[in-house]
Design a protein around this ligand. Structure first.
Ligand code: CA
Ligand code: CA
Length: 208
């Protein structure tokens, strides 16, 4: 028994001796490591700081470029009455009823508008196709062949599209203008003022 204890004691002693010999060089390496780690951390923090500053500058620049969000809410918006269509800075009403040119114009005036004045091919293109035929604010009653808009300005015949062969002054004179959208007959046309047709009113869109 005593021999056993003795031998084990010597084993423990050897083991302790081995632990004491734990390499000091490794501990020294661990102790010296925090320095580069700290440097690495500071580089990361600095980079993050620079990114935050760049982000802030970008935000300010974008806000200046886009404009303050508060002014957006104050921005004035144009609008048209219900059942009117908006195109450009105008509102348009296309009647569902039919009437002669003069009564059609009266209806527009009662709606605080007038029969449409077509200023451009773009406006004409927009208005074409809602109905096969509709009165527009154009007449040559004052002087045959001299087409005028209801606001007194002359019709620029070359700027707009006329239906094939129009104006033709057919049936002994057609002094009122309408807009057609029929097969092989699309564009402006002169027509008998007493004929019944739908009509198009126009007025400027309002600032709401
Ligand atoms: Ca117009
Ligand atoms: Ca005609």
């Amino acid at each position: 028994m005593s021999a056993f204890f003795h031998s084990s004691e010597s084993d423990v002693h050897i083991e302790v001796g081995e632990y004491q010999e734990f390499p000091k060089s490794e501990c020294a390496a661990v102790e010296s490591s925090p320095k580069p780690k700290l440097r690495h951390l500071s580089v990361v923090l600095l980079s993050f700081g620079v990114l935050c500053v760049l982000q802030a500058i970008l935000n300010i620049t974008l806000r200046l470029a886009v404009g303050e969000p508060t002014t957006k809410g104050e921005k004035q918006e144009i609008s048209c009455p219900q059942d009117w269509m908006m195109f450009g800075s105008s509102c348009y009403y296309i009647s569902s009823q039919r009437s002669n040119w003069d009564n059609s114009r009266q209806d527009c005036l009662q709606r605080e508008a007038d029969l449409v004045i077509i200023n451009s091919k773009v406006e004409q293109a927009f208005l074409t196709g809602f109905t096969m035929a509709a009165w527009v604010g154009m007449t040559d009653r004052e002087e045959e062949g001299s087409w005028m808009w209801v606001d007194g300005t002359p019709v620029n015949k070359d700027r707009l599209q006329w239906a094939k062969g129009q104006p033709d002054g057919a049936f002994g004179g057609e002094d009122c203008g309408d807009l057609r959208a029929m097969i092989n007959f699309t564009g402006l046309n002169d027509y008998n003022c007493l004929a019944r047709s739908r009509w198009i009113c126009e007025k400027k869109s309002r600032v709401a």
